[in-house]
Design a protein around this ligand. Structure first.
Ligand code: PMP
Length: 390
């Protein structure tokens, strides 16, 4: 028989390998734009003030750590409802549950799809967040790629995307990024969303929306435009949500899964199904981060303070984008994109040159975290990129 020692070697996530390389680099002016975390003007990733205060309150007032249900903190989910769903918040055919981050929500959503329709294929834009692929494969669903973004042309391949959606099979799943597309930063305009929604409805596709950066692009409501439009027009919609970026609680693993079906009763059945699926994996999500988010959102004053801190992060992202665009006309496209990432049209050798000559660490794909550096490092970053592009 085969033993544990017979396992095939794992091809490591190249981004994690990059972090290790960067950590080992002794140069003091190194710039790490590989990992996807927000950094402030000083180059650090601080805990939001509202979160720190909520954690203090949690520490002082929490009286038990006894089990919650498989759906986690129900009040947390209830408070997220209006932020995510906007005008659809009152629709009880849409139900949500807490998950271990956006990843947990994605795994649950695809497992639910697999349980309902094992032959469904998942239409995935190219490129997409690299972890989507193993998550979908791990669940045993087939992947069909559709063109999304032409890196060297710095543009969304919208016609090709639309044609692919229109020629999909009824019942296929359309995986869509709500906002702040990872890895490209290239978001659909509202007009493009309207066309995507039409195609999804026409073809009878199941939309599966990944919303991991709400509020970090154009604004909380603007970033949910596509999701809400899908909800308004489709009987069935799934959304995998994450608070890890917009509350800065990455390691605390805070997210939620949202399910809309045609009626409250079938949504309840779907909810019970995902709760059983969750029971088989993690039983219930970790409490701490979601409890802190719940405390923030449960008081109008702290909820408003969170919106301000979030706006501060968003403004910094967008002002850095404007700075890159102004510094070199070849980087102008960055100002029209949103969220933490954009992709530079660099060859692998150019990415390596940035690493070796300039101590700038980014993924081989040319994806870089636009908010990964301190204010003081911006000029050096832009001049190194311009030199390498020349
Ligand atoms: N979806 C996308 C597009 C992401 O970029 C990420 C995080 N990098 C996630 C989902 C998962 O987020 P979480 O850390 O909450 O699991």
């Amino acid at each position: 028989h085969r033993r544990l020692a017979d396992l095939a070697p794992v091809t490591t996530d190249s981004l994690l390998a990059l972090i290790a390389l960067c950590n080992a680099d002794p140069r003091t002016d190194k710039i790490d734009v590989g990992v996807g975390v927000y950094r402030d003007g000083e180059g650090s990733t601080p805990i939001l003030n509202v979160v720190k205060d909520a954690e203090r309150k949690l520490f002082e007032t929490q009286e038990t750590k006894s089990y919650l249900g498989m759906n986690g903190d129900a009040r947390f989910t209830e408070l997220l409802r209006p932020i995510l769903l906007g005008e659809h918040a009152g629709d009880r055919a849409i139900q949500g549950l807490q998950t271990p981050g956006g990843c947990g929500a994605l795994v649950l959503a695809f497992k639910l799809i697999k349980a309902a329709n094992p032959d469904a294929r998942v239409l995935v834009g190219t490129p997409t967040w690299p972890n989507h692929i193993p998550i979908i494969r791990g669940v045993g669903l087939e992947i069909v790629e559709y063109p999304y973004y032409d890196r060297d042309g710095c543009a969304i391949q919208f016609d090709a995307m639309l044609a692919a959606l229109r020629s999909a099979r009824s019942g296929d799943v359309a995986l869509l990024h709500a906002c702040c597309h990872n890895p490209t930063g290239a978001d659909l305009s509202e007009q493009q969303w309207d066309q995507v929604v039409d195609a999804v409805v026409e073809r009878g596709l199941l939309p599966m929306v990944d919303i991991a950066y709400q509020g970090l692009g154009r604004g909380l409501d603007e970033d949910a435009y596509g999701l809400r439009k899908l909800i308004a027009n489709c009987d069935e919609v799934l959304a995998a949500q994450s608070c890890d970026k917009n509350f800065g609680v990455y390691r605390d693993r805070v997210g939620s899964l949202w399910i809309k079906t045609a009626a409250e009763e079938s949504s309840t059945t779907a909810m019970k199904t995902v709760m059983q699926l969750a029971r088989e994996m993690w039983s219930m999500p970790p409490d701490h981060g979601a409890a802190a988010v719940r405390i923030v959102l449960d008081d109008p004053a702290t909820a408003a303070a969170w919106r301000e801190e979030l706006a501060g992060m968003r403004d910094r992202i967008n002002s850095l984008r404007a700075r890159f665009a102004a510094a070199d006309p070849r980087l102008a496209f960055i100002a029209d994109q949103y969220g933490m990432f954009s992709m530079l049209p660099l060859s692998k050798d150019q990415v390596l040159e940035l690493r070796e000559k300039h101590a700038i660490y980014m993924a081989d794909s040319g994806r870089f975290n636009v908010v990964g550096m301190s204010d003081a490092a911006v000029d050096r970053f832009v001049s190194a990129v311009s030199t390498v592009l020349a």
